[in-house]
Design a protein. Structure first.
Length: 254
């Protein structure tokens, strides 16, 4: 993925990692469209950051994804990058019979079905571009589980394998597949996350991601902090990684 001169759609970029990257990508010379569910947040972003376009999208709703995708293509026919950023992270207790199913279903709908539907709505358009990119967003928890978030862990592991598979299927086309793998980052993804001393400062994370993208060599976008989780099995210390992750802090990675 080149670092400038793209037209980039980022659903789920009204705050946190998504917004931080949206602002840096615009500053780097890209046209950026931010998607989100809350129109007041979109209006605020558009007002504070001239040049960023916005579109309302509810990534839990198949019809909303289809409509927003059509709108973005109509307004920005040069669209060539989509970043499937939207996601939720919620604690679950699977030891209680009715304590987790609703949360698990919402997590799967947002974190897995959302990106699948988004890519499905845009893939034909992206394949028609001379150079295009699909960026998925998994997590360090795709590779080592946090005890309190089983469905989040599972959806991010699924996103990792989906990314690997799409990369194989789209080999030889104009579409590349990148996978962003964040560690814990100081955002509002979960209560207390923004103040988590074990999490990576947001600006530090976003700056490192931009440096990796500028280098243009990686298909898995990994800041240094996530490699402890990502490569536990390869190093042979997976059990220790899992133990450390779940002993250190309940929100030690995202």
């Amino acid at each position: 993925m080149r670092i400038d001169s793209n037209t980039i759609f980022i659903p789920g970029a009204t705050s946190g990692i998504g917004l931080a990257l949206a602002l840096r990508l615009q500053e780097a010379g890209n046209t950026v469209i931010v998607g989100g569910r809350r129109t007041e947040l979109l209006a605020d972003i558009a007002g504070r950051h001239p040049g960023i376009d916005t579109v309302r999208i509810d990534t839990t709703d198949a019809d909303s994804i289809a409509e927003a995708s059509r709108e973005v293509i109509a307004r920005h026919p040069s669209l060539n990058v989509v970043v499937a950023m939207a996601g939720i992270m919620r604690a679950e207790d699977w030891t209680t019979p009715a304590g987790f199913v609703e949360t698990a279903e919402a997590t799967v709908t947002t974190n897995l079905l959302g990106p699948i539907r988004l890519i499905g709505a845009l893939i034909e358009h992206l394949r028609a571009q001379p150079a295009a990119t699909i960026m998925t967003v998994s997590s360090g928890l795709a590779f080592a589980p946090l005890r309190v978030t089983p469905s989040y862990n599972a959806t991010k592991a699924a996103i990792h394998m989906l990314s690997e598979s799409l990369r194989l299927q789209l080999a030889g086309t104009s579409v590349e597949v990148l996978e962003l793998e964040p560690p814990a980052v100081q955002t509002d993804l979960m209560p207390g996350h923004a103040e988590n001393p074990f999490a990576m400062p947001l600006d530090e994370f976003a700056d490192e991601v931009m440096s990796i993208l500028a280098a243009g060599e990686a298909t898995e976008i990994q800041v240094e902090r996530v490699k402890f989780l990502r490569y536990g099995e390869a190093r042979g210390d997976y059990a220790q990684v899992v133990a450390t992750l779940n002993r250190t802090d309940p929100h030690a990675a995202a």
